[in-house]
Design a protein around this ligand. Structure first.
Ligand SMILES: NC(=O)c1ccc[n+]([C@@H]2O[C@H](COP(=O)([O-])OP(=O)(O)OC[C@H]3O[C@@H](n4cnc5c(N)ncnc54)[C@H](OP(=O)(O)O)[C@@H]3O)[C@@H](O)[C@H]2O)c1
Length: 319
């Protein structure tokens, strides 16, 4: 089978499209024919070294496809089942090994592409709006990179829960995408905290910040006293060390640095959040925008485009 492998961490050039032996499922694993793999920022962190991974490894964290073989001890899954998964390294491939207890069944009304595009970011948007800060009717929230993969989903879920959404974007095209997802106010990054304070004095109830280094200070300045700042990603680089007293002086803020891993660790939680996400999609309440599809061999291009802020919505690799 063909897969994307790295033997060292580094730039997009370390992504190697190569032939590998077909994997054989071990105890508790299934083999899946991959129909589509989601491209996520976490794949860039795995590739570049922001997050360490064992080397060599095939990379990619998310996908959807059809079960073709079962390892010993697997129950409740059958060959032919349509499934999706997240946080399983090796998903940029024609075939992937997935632990059976990490599989999410795909409902009939959801396509492979939509499943591969919605699971990782959909589950993350779910816990951020339902657990990290439970968005309520009448809240105002600030969502950075509102036209990105996460941003479009967060915007729609915050609107579903009755919030007013202020989004940041870098281009007019991205402003259009954020507004179509329901953002009430869309602003640029220049002086965003002052703009937010003008639009929503004395500040927003929650800030969703997936950008990190470049926006962190402004995010703290945008929250109302006792508001929540969720730094859920670091697309511009890690947040430098800071004095926690800043949280007090800004108004007793709550700072979170959450990860999806800890919000789907239990199988019940994985399945119940996924059921919500697929349910919203099935009912037309959540729209998943696949903006670009790349052949598996063009994984480098996909990473370059995502890192260079050239994209909106979700990117997929099609094996
Ligand atoms: N913690 C979790 O559970 C979790 C789960 C999923 C994703 N995430 C995080 O969510 C964030 C967004 O992920 P995504 O896959 O949906 O990506 P994305 O938002 O589609 O792409 C990143 C966007 O961030 C903005 N950005 C601002 N400064 C940037 C910079 N220096 N470099 C790159 N992008 C920059 C760009 O939008 P503008 O051009 O509009 O600024 C860019 O399009 C990432 O930080 C990711 O790690 C976290």
């Amino acid at each position: 089978m063909r897969a994307i492998v790295i033997t060292a961490q580094g730039g997009p050039e370390v992504l190697d499209h190569r032939e590998l032996q077909d994997p054989v499922p071990g105890r508790g694993e299934v083999l899946v024919d991959v129909a589509a793999s989601g491209v996520n920022f976490v794949d860039i962190y795995h590739r570049s070294g922001v997050y360490p991974v064992p080397l060599p490894t095939s990379i990619g964290s998310e996908g959807a496809g059809t079960v073709t073989a079962l390892g010993p001890g697997v129950e409740g899954v059958a060959v032919g089942d349509r499934v999706a998964w997240v946080n399983v390294l090796g998903s940029y491939a024609e075939r992937a090994l997935v632990p059976a207890d990490r599989l999410v069944p795909i409902p009939e009304d959801v396509s492979f592409e939509v499943a591969a595009a919605s699971l990782l970011q959909g589950l993350a948007a779910h816990y951020l709006t339902h657990t990290t800060h439970e968005v309520k009717q009448g809240d105002t929230v600030l969502i950075h990179a509102a036209a990105g993969g996460m941003g479009l989903l967060l915007t729609q879920l915050a609107k579903l829960r009755g919030a007013r959404v202020i989004g940041t974007v870098s281009t007019p095209e991205k402003e259009k995408a954020a507004r179509e997802a329901g953002a009430d106010e869309v602003i640029g990054y220049e002086g965003f905290a002052e703009q937010v304070k003008r639009l929503a004095p004395p500040g927003v109830d929650a800030v969703y910040d997936g950008i990190g280094k470049a926006t962190f200070e402004g995010s703290l300045a945008s929250a109302r006293p006792r508001g929540v700042v969720a730094v859920y990603g670091v697309a511009s680089g890690p947040v430098p060390s800071f004095d926690s007293q800043a949280l007090t002086s800004r108004g007793s803020l709550f700072l979170a640095r959450p990860s999806l891993v800890h919000h789907i660790a239990e199988r019940d939680e994985l399945l119940s959040r996924a059921a919500d996400v697929f349910g919203w999609i099935g009912r037309g309440e959540l729209k998943v925008t696949v903006s670009r599809r790349y052949p598996l061999a063009e994984a480098r291009q996909a990473h370059e485009d995502l890192a260079a802020r050239r994209t909106t919505g979700k990117l997929l690799l099609i094996p």
